[in-house]
Design a protein around this ligand. Structure first.
Ligand SMILES: Cc1ncc(COP(=O)(O)O)c(C=O)c1O
Length: 397
């Protein structure tokens, strides 16, 4: 009997831990850009847990869609068999946001699963097994997606991982000639998120597209952090004037519910139907409640065009965040990194911010920067409120 223990004690005792230093904020509820702790404290959520809650917490239209769908039906059959209205409507709405021929959607439950599905699809479609990914990329934590990463410290304990994966430098044109007629696909983020918001040029992406086309290689763009408006365009690839062959999405897509997808053309996607039949399987992929939440999110973003103010809001952060300790700021829309001298400074600022009622964090592969990825609905006044706290935290460290 553990009933006398606090939730925090139970968390440490019974939840598998992923580090020795979890944030341990005990959340009671969320509303807009704010989270409220069980201690009665109000926090500005400047990371949207991470790059997920683009419309903020407790958005009435998302909550309503979830409740309505949960009451109608939840899980009824594995993915791909029954005609489920939330899936069909969402697939159509997603296709409408994309240029032809990207009109075929495979629903899964997470970002990693979307990337796994895309890896299988690329191999099956091209009949090739080599894949190229970028150094410092993050595509997920399953064994396949981990293989796409280059950070040895994350991989070493789990070898052997997938063979046939090579890494090129992100944004370096010289490396594009490593893509050849044996390459099934190039996997690339539209903006490298976990590398600390690294942005490659439009010219680079165009040359990458050309090289993939010339070698019959599929270009897979990972829109898991960048999709659904995070960078100021609905899809990140729209910044570059190119068309990927496959995109992967998740995170912000569900408005707080778990869902992911890989999206391609019908002609590519149809290879999953045979040799072998059921080329990819998921029990919960496209869960009706998640699809309903995602459709509500997509509809609301497109109706309010909230993503179109992301760039102006980022510029406001830049304008206000002036401090001698800030080395640089990188951003595309509301996907930002604020760079400091060291990890020591960064961890102190994160801790101090938390004390002052603001949630931020660092990046997997860039420990001298803090992350700013607030809900897209953040207002100019709330940006001021957030920057005041951040500057106070920086001063205090
Ligand atoms: C670009 C990118 N791809 C894939 C993933 C993996 O997504 P998930 O954690 O939902 O498996 C992430 C998660 O951070 C990501 O940022």
């Amino acid at each position: 009997m553990n009933s006398h223990l606090t939730n925090k004690q139970l968390f440490r005792m019974h939840l598998a831990q992923t580090s020795d230093f979890p944030m341990e904020l005990e959340v009671e509820r969320g509303e807009g850009i704010y989270l409220f702790g069980t201690d009665g404290k109000k926090y500005i959520d400047l990371i949207s847990g991470i790059a997920v809650s683009s419309l903020g917490h407790g958005h009435s239209k998302i909550v309503e869609a979830v409740q309505r769908q949960a009451a109608e039906h939840m899980h009824v059959m594995v993915y791909g068999e029954f005609v489920q209205s939330p899936q069909v409507k969402l697939a159509k709405a997603l296709s409408d946001t994309l240029p032809d021929p990207l009109d075929n959607v495979y629903f899964v439950n997470s970002g990693s699963e979307a990337v796994e599905g895309a890896m299988k699809l690329a191999k099956r479609f091209t009949g090739r097994h080599e894949i190229i990914a970028c150094k410092n990329a993050y595509h997920g934590a399953t064994q396949g997606t981990l293989s796409l990463g280059s950070e040895e410290s994350f991989k070493q304990a789990f070898v052997p991982l997938l063979p046939g994966i090579r890494h090129i430098r992100f944004g370096e044109e010289d490396d594009l000639n490593l893509i050849n007629h044996n390459t099934a696909a190039v996997f690339i983020e539209t903006v490298q998120g976990e590398a600390g918001i690294q942005i490659a040029s439009k010219d680079y992406y165009q040359k990458l597209r050309q090289r993939c086309s010339a070698t019959g290689t599929l270009l897979v763009m990972d829109e898991i952090q960048t999709g659904f408006g995070r960078t100021g365009k609905f899809w990140g690839f729209e910044h570059y004037g190119i068309l990927p062959d496959i995109i992967t999405c998740a995170k912000g897509m569900g408005g707080g519910m778990p869902i992911g997808a890989f999206i391609s053309s019908k002609s590519i996607m149809r290879v999953l139907q045979n040799n072998p039949v059921l080329g990819h399987i998921s029990t919960f992929g496209g869960h009706p409640v998640s699809c309903a939440a995602s459709l509500a999110t997509l509809t609301e973003i497109l109706e309010t065009r909230v993503h179109e103010s992301a760039e102006a809001k980022a510029m406001e952060f830049r304008r206000l965040l002036k401090h001698a300790k800030i080395k640089s700021i990188r951003h595309l829309g509301l996907m930002m990194a604020v760079e400091f001298e060291s990890f020591d400074q960064v961890s102190k600022i994160i801790e101090k911010s938390m004390d002052l009622g603001l949630i931020t964090d660092w990046f997997l592969f860039c420990d001298n920067s803090i992350r700013i990825a607030p809900p897209l609905i953040i207002s100019m006044e709330q940006i001021k409120e957030a920057c005041d706290i951040l500057l106070e935290a920086i001063d205090g460290c």
